[in-house]
Design a protein around this ligand. Structure first.
Ligand code: GLY
Length: 425
């Protein structure tokens, strides 16, 4: 069986790799993929854009592809799943109406209110003046979110009024393109964040192994937020009791409410959670896709073939499937180009990838491309190095041992991924 993965990040390299672990998958195509997917055995990159719906459909139909997996949120928000399904293809990823859960923060908040899902209190504003007046009244700390997709840059956790005002002004200045029409201002929450990625066929929803990621660029979770600098699974903060609460208080109500709105949501529903000091799970955000880099830590632990899971979601048979997991833990450390998430250089040659893989780690490539026989950096987040082990601590140590073999100019990574587990905090 042949499959196609849309996207070019570390998540997509992981999806392609994971699909190829299945005995049924013979070949995977990536649109457009990266240096890692170009070198993956039985995998081929296609020089097409993720928004070339027509070209992707034509290729998939002519080559009898039996599964299309959409990695990033942007094509989902643009309706790629609807388009490809209408062409008769099997697509893993929600319809455009469902993808609003990530594409519009205001829409997601309204859904959470209707579903009585625990989340921070929030208000939505269409004008800058009304938003600024609300900020004055609420004070800080406070969270300012651009309503639409903003490539991970639309959320500001403001600790001063000046920061909050600047964030609101930025949103209404058009900095985030279509994200500028509305702003969501919500109460600041404290606690530990966790990521529960769940798969669903629109009726049944099943959580994957819970993960925790580190969004901030700097050690000690300091500095600006990024797409994620490292992740590990499982995370001790998500105890079996907490997972049961997330299932009944978050995941099931979300799917039931989507269904009541006539939305047949099939794919991943990613609940970004805050576990408050009082032990309450509250939703920070929903995403309509796999997390990056959480995927690099979660999928290597999945024993059930990924295509089986995805086809059960597409076919509405998830209730008949019991997910199997490998024992142990995984930790992914993201290796970035110095300067990310702002300006960073590209084109540096990466050496030591084979030596890193020989340690037993999984080296997933993100912002890379091939240049002749070399792999060169081509993005902010360059690699995701996943270590495996009996425990999270062992997995973290194995990830760092593999990174020690890798070198490129301006290489940057956090040395404290998983510190909460290691330090018991
Ligand atoms: N790691 C955060 C995200 O995928 O949105």
């Amino acid at each position: 069986m042949k499959a196609l993965v849309i996207g070019s990040g570390g998540r997509e390299h992981t999806l392609a790799w994971s699909l190829l672990q299945s005995p049924r998958i013979t070949e995977v195509f990536c649109v457009p993929g990266n240096g890692g997917t170009a070198r993956l055995p039985h995998c081929r990159n296609l020089a097409m854009a993720p928004n070339d719906f027509e070209g992707i459909a034509r290729f998939a139909l002519v080559n009898n592809l039996e599964l299309v997996v959409v990695g990033p949120e942007q094509p989902l928000a643009e309706g790629i799943a609807d388009y490809l399904q209408d062409q008769g293809l099997k697509v893993f990823g929600p319809c455009q109406a469902g993808a609003q859960i990530e594409a519009s923060k205001a829409w997601a908040k309204a859904l959470m209110t209707e579903a009585r899902i625990p989340t921070a209190q929030a208000e939505v504003f269409d004008t800058e003046s009304a938003a600024l007046a609300y900020l004055e009244q609420q004070g800080v700390p406070i969270v300012v979110k651009a309503n639409g997709l903003a490539a991970g840059k639309g959320v500001t956790v403001a600790h001063t009024l000046a920061e909050a005002v600047e964030a609101v002004t930025e949103v209404f200045s058009g900095k985030f393109g279509e994200a500028d029409s509305q702003v969501v201002i919500e109460d600041f929450m404290t606690g530990q964040e966790a990521s529960v990625l769940a798969v669903t066929d629109g009726q049944t929803i099943v959580p994957l192994m819970p993960a925790q990621d580190h969004k901030a660029i700097g050690e000690g979770d300091t500095g600006p937020n990024t797409g994620g600098m490292g992740a590990y699974a499982p995370t001790p903060v998500m105890t079996p009791d907490m997972m049961a609460r997330v299932q009944s208080e978050v995941l099931e109500p979300a799917i039931a409410t989507l269904r009541s709105r006539g939305i047949d949501y099939r794919g991943v529903l990613y609940a970004g959670l805050m576990i408050t000091p009082a032990g309450e799970p509250k939703v920070v955000e929903f995403n309509c896709r796999f997390g990056d880099p959480e995927t690099q830590a979660v999928l290597p632990l999945l024993e059930t073939p990924l295509d089986t899971v995805m086809l059960a979601c597409i076919g509405g048979q998830l209730d008949a499937l019991e997910l199997q997991w490998k024992p142990g833990a995984a930790a992914c450390v993201v290796v970035a180009a110095e300067g990310y998430p702002d300006r960073y250089p590209k084109g540096m040659e990466i050496v030591g990838l084979d030596a890193a893989a020989e340690t037993g780690a999984l080296v997933f490539q993100a912002g890379t491309r091939l240049k002749g026989d070399s792999v060169v950096a081509d993005g902010g987040r360059v690699l995701g190095v996943t270590g495996l082990g009996d425990t999270v601590e062992a997995a973290i140590a194995n990830a760092y041992a593999a990174i020690d073999k890798i070198c490129f100019e301006n290489m940057y990574y956090r040395r404290d991924i998983g510190y909460r587990v290691k330090d018991g905090v």
